[in-house]
Design a protein around this ligand. Structure first.
Ligand code: NAI
Length: 699
């Protein structure tokens, strides 16, 4: 049983008890209904209090039941809420900590609600591409007013109970408890005070109107349309709340239900639900159990105060951890610290950070030129030049000074973490922590697991990632790990598309219409085209048989490195980020094409998108096969949080699943027949071919 029943004098208490957040799984729902029956059958019970054990009233649906028959098995949530409404004795919801989604909807079925201050109240269904499905859109406007309720439903964001209690005329809470500790006593007293009240008040009987009527909903739709872009759910939140104001309660409920079910079947909701589960699953490593002991991390050091080092340090300062930055020269320190200060000052200016907080954070920062000052550090992250010789020097020195058990991490994006670990006598303590630029902003962290990396090191860095609010994904050692190894194939396809007849802006526009934040050429201009050039030069030596378009090299030979020099694939005006197509670049591409003897053809957007996205998919399948990624969903998390892959498509592998892997393989075979493309690359990875042949998906 995941709900308990107790009697306190003349009041029965039903307590949801399904850790961690009292999700409304089948056993819990059964427990509530059983408790109501018991209380009604007991003549000594005059009223009922419904509450939650531990850290929540209820967080809503039980995610473990998502997509299983249990989720809808009777008593489903709608039936439980009906049972509460129909209870012959008053039911008082005693709400604390968290009341979200189905949990809030359940409380809205109760006759009375008493809340502890500090309770987070939300209907977050929209974040999963849904609308509330158990009366939330019909009942919340009746207790909070249309506007306040719609704001909550459309945003999905939690609001504190004490804020809601201040809304004029609100009927969400009949009483605010004076503290979380006294909630139960106050709820019991309140229940006794209403024991004889009849008829029992029901939220469904309250009126629901907006004084401006249609004009308000028109305004709301215009607001929401702008924000919702690729998702149908937010606009349907408006429709459902409007229905609450225009239809009878029962008809409004039916309207909500129908829309909820329809949204369940949309690819957008499937994508969001996939990512919700994928993000949580990413922190679990198959052979590192959750009870693996962790090392204490109280002091952090960062080597190198360049582009990455400064941003990396900021993450830890923001989390309240002291950081020491080591550099080779005082000027480099000064420059690095100035960049960090400017970053913080910009946040203060925008009102995103308080001046005191900024000062507190900077006070946690120390700088040094001497390795002696790293003796106390529990975690040391190296972010020096991407050169194995430089890394060797740094790691040998770290090995000499770091205390036993300190974790030694490298931010390398391409170098062999096993080799780096080999520069020390403690390879078990070495791990890759691949941050993304700008490191203080980007959510993704690739944790690179070396051959000898100890399990407690992995468990520790995954916990550290959480502390600094990163989404961490574990990758094995290979060139480029998960993300960059895939993006290299994507970049190669972008190059071939130019050679075959596209312009940079045609490619960018096509993939941006698909939903990418930025196309490959705008991205190159932002990151610096010289970075890719350096990697390619290395590739020409390492992999002489690999086919590359040379167009990007020609661009770099002209010094068009991107935004930092005001010109790349596009032109840029100082201080602006708009990409302006450049005829000289297009001329250069055309001339190169001619030199190769290629007759340009018109390439449809669909082909552009498929070649770019399927190149990611094929390389991802190889990465999975080789065990570089633990699971397909990890790869989707990498692409959503690190590479701007469109969220509504749920990541490259989720997107491939949606299309059907058979179709993906068919397209790859078509691309392989294009003499200007790379036939060897387009051979479907054996794992992909097998899944497609078996009619399976990456899931
Ligand atoms: P950067 O050139 O901006 O900064 C490197 C800093 O390290 C410089 O300030 C330099 O003075 C310092 N440094 C060099 N040798 C040192 C030594 N022996 N001891 C102490 N300090 C030393 O380089 P960036 O871009 O910050 O890259 C650092 C590392 O991060 C590289 O391994 C790179 O591959 C990786 N990375 C870079 C990303 C990017 O977008 N820039 C993204 C992810 C990883």
């Amino acid at each position: 049983m995941t709900a308990s029943y107790q009697v306190h004098g003349d009041v029965a208490v039903i307590t949801l008890d399904n850790p961690p957040v009292n999700g409304l799984g089948l056993a819990t729902r059964q427990g509530i209904v059983a408790g109501l029956a018991k209380a009604q059958a007991d003549a000594g019970v005059k009223a009922i209090v419904l509450t939650g054990a531990g850290k929540a009233f209820s967080g809503g649906a039980d995610i473990k039941e998502f997509g299983t028959p249990k989720a809808i098995q009777e008593p489903n949530l709608l039936s439980v809420i009906l049972a509460v409404e129909h209870c012959s004795k008053p039911v008082v919801a005693a709400i604390h900590s968290v009341a979200m989604g189905g949990g809030l909807e359940l409380s809205l079925g109760c006759h009375y609600r008493i809340a502890a201050p500090g309770t987070k109240i939300a209907l977050p269904e929209v974040k999963l591409g849904l609308i509330p499905g158990a009366g939330g859109t019909q009942r919340l406007p009746r207790v909070l007013g249309v506007e306040a309720a719609l704001n909550m439903i459309v945003s999905g964001e939690p609001v504190k109970s004490e804020m809601l209690a201040m809304l004029p005329g609100q009927k969400l809470f009949d009483k605010m408890a004076s503290s979380p500790e006294s909630l139960m006593d106050e709820a019991l007293a309140f229940a006794r005070s209403v024991a004889d009240a009849r008829p029992l008040p029901l939220v469904r009987d309250l009126p629901c109107k907006h004084p401006k009527g249609d004009a308000y909903f028109q305004f709301a739709r215009n607001m929401v349309r702008g924000m919702a872009k690729n998702f149908p759910a937010p606009l349907q939140c408006v429709d459902a709340v409007e229905a609450a104001t225009k239809k009878k309660f029962a008809d409004g409920m039916a309207f909500e239900r129908q829309h909820f079910i329809n949204l369940m079947w949309t690819s957008e909701s499937r994508a969001l639900r996939h990512l919700f589960v994928a993000e949580r699953a990413a922190s679990k490593i198959p052979d590192v159990p959750s009870d693996t002991p962790q090392r204490a991390i109280a002091r952090v050091a960062v080597i190198g105060a360049g582009t990455m080092g400064g941003g990396i340090a900021m993450n830890f300062l923001n989390a309240g951890l002291p950081v020491t930055i080591l550099e080779m020269k005082q000027e480099a320190i000064n420059h690095g610290v100035a960049v960090m200060s400017r970053n913080y000052e910009a946040q203060v200016k925008k009102g995103k950070l308080k001046q005191e907080k900024y000062e507190e954070r900077m006070a946690l920062l120390k700088t040094t030129l001497s390795y002696d000052d790293l003796k106390d550090a529990d975690l040391i992250i190296e972010a020096v030049f991407e050169d194995i010789g430089v890394k060797e020097k740094v790691f040998r020195q770290l090995d000499a000074v770091a205390k036993p058990g300190a974790i030694l991490a490298s931010n390398t994006s391409t170098l062999d973490v096993n080799k780096i670990a080999g520069f020390t006598a403690r390879p078990q303590d070495v791990v890759g922590l691949h941050f993304f630029s700008p490191a203080n902003v980007m959510k993704l962290l690739e944790v690179v697991r070396g051959e000898k990396t100890a399990k407690d090191v992995l468990a520790t860095v995954m916990a550290v990632a959480k502390k600094i609010r990163k989404t961490a994904v574990v990758a094995g050692v290979c060139d480029g790990f998960i993300g960059n190894r895939m993006i290299e194939q994507y970049g190669r396809q972008a190059g071939f598309l130019l050679d075959e007849g596209c312009t940079p802006s045609q490619v960018d526009k096509a993939i941006e219409k698909f939903g990418f934040a930025m196309g490959p050429f705008r991205m190159g201009d932002l990151a610096g085209n010289d970075i890719g050039w350096a990697i390619r030069k290395r590739r020409y030596v390492e992999k002489p048989n690999m086919k590359y378009s040379k167009t990007a090299d020609l661009l770099c030979e002209k010094g068009r490195f991107g935004q930092k020099v005001g010109k790349g694939w596009y032109d840029y005006v100082a201080g602006k980020r708009d990409a302006i197509p450049n005829t000289e670049v297009e001329q250069m591409i055309a001339e190169h094409r001619q030199a190769l003897g290629i007759t340009p053809r018109k390439i449809a957007d669909e082909e552009i998108v498929q070649r770019l996205v399927f190149s990611l998919v094929n390389e991802a399948a190889r990465i999975l096969e080789e065990g570089i990624a633990n699971k397909a969903s990890d790869i989707d998390v990498v692409y959503i949080f690190g590479y701007g892959f469109p969220v509504h498509r749920g990541g490259p592998l989720n997107y491939a699943n949606e299309l059907g892997l058979f179709n993906v393989v068919q397209a790859m075979q078509r691309f392989a027949r294009n003499p200007l493309d790379d036939a060897a690359f387009w051979q479907p990875a054996p794992l992909l071919a097998k899944l497609a042949a078996d009619g399976k998906t990456f899931a």
